[in-house]
Ligand binder design. Structure first.
Ligand code: IPD
Ligand code: CA
Ligand code: CA
Length: 268
């Protein structure tokens, strides 16, 4: 394993331990509201501090973009961190959440880890080195049509101005696919696309820390990720489609009629 990935995995596992220990006393966890339907707990903050301390200890010059503490300047390397993806699930004791850490170097994603502390599943990728679940190589599915496919998504609960467009997309895909799951941790959903557990995924309004590690995992698992205009601006727009090449095109074609200008690159 690449030494930088090794450190990232260690940091993700430590954060996962914090999350699991805290879930035993969930009722006493202090919660703050960041915005509409957007919560942060002391667990998110504590897990993030632990991740940053492990990464900074190994690589003191690297920069950081972390959900709860923002930007910390550094050299050409930037760690992109979501210490707890699926906070709403965590708060409700709904067992689906993860830790997501990616490393970008000069604008290119190089390393990724997504850790599910409940199932103790560790998804990793290094650019050019493939994607793994534990010690096993993972691949996206070979699904070639909507018929029989299982898709993942996230609801635009923080971006409700897009609800109508989203419901149009949902309706088109719902009618054609075998099922759609909204599990509540976008990072884990993307890891599941990489692992062939989902045939595709789309969501509106994600943040870089929700996506970065999952994007590299999917690429290294033979899949493809785009924005809503077949381009590469998803880290900026937050609007993303991920699948194998064929399924991504099929999903894109199905949701295209429902796209508003605001959902296309340059929109807001
Ligand atoms: C959220 C989860 C969720 C997605 C939201 C994200 P958080 O992250 O990934 O699945 O639908 O858009 O914000 O806030 O739990 O880290
Ligand atoms: Ca998140
Ligand atoms: Ca989070």
């Amino acid at each position: 394993m690449h030494p930088m990935l090794n450190i990232a995995v260690r940091a993700a596992h430590h954060a996962g331990d914090i999350i699991m220990r805290s879930s035993e006393n969930a009722s006493s966890i202090k919660v703050d509201r960041k915005g509409k339907n957007d919560f942060v707990t002391e667990v998110d903050r504590f897990a993030e501090r632990e991740i940053i301390s492990i990464l900074r200890n190994a690589y003191p010059d690297h920069g950081i973009l972390a959900e709860e503490s923002g930007h910390h300047d550094g050299d050409d390397y930037t760690w992109i961190i979501d210490p707890l993806d699926g906070t709403t699930n965590f708060l409700h004791g709904f067992p689906q959440f993860s830790v997501s850490i990616a490393l970008k170097h000069k604008g290119r994603l190089e390393q990724a880890v997504i850790y599910d502390p409940l199932r103790q599943e560790t998804f990793t990728a290094t650019r050019g080195g493939g994607a793994m679940l534990g010690n096993r190589r993972i691949r996206v599915t070979n699904q070639k049509s909507m018929k029989g496919s299982l898709l993942g998504t996230g609801f635009p609960f923080k971006n409700q101005q897009h609800l109508e467009a989203y419901l149009g997309m949902f309706s088109s895909l719902f009618k054609e696919s075998a099922g759609i799951r909204r599990a509540g941790s976008a990072a884990l959903d993307l890891a599941y696309v990489a692992a062939g557990r989902l045939d595709g995924f789309w969501e509106i309004g994600l943040q870089p820390w929700d996506m970065a590690a999952g994007v590299l995992l999917i690429r290294e698992a033979g899949g493809i990720v785009t924005d809503f205009d077949n381009g590469g601006t998803y880290l900026e727009s937050g609007n993303l489609i991920a699948a194998n090449t064929k399924m991504r095109q099929i999903i894109h074609n199905a949701i295209r009629p429902h796209m508003t200008d605001a959902l296309l690159p340059g929109g807001s």
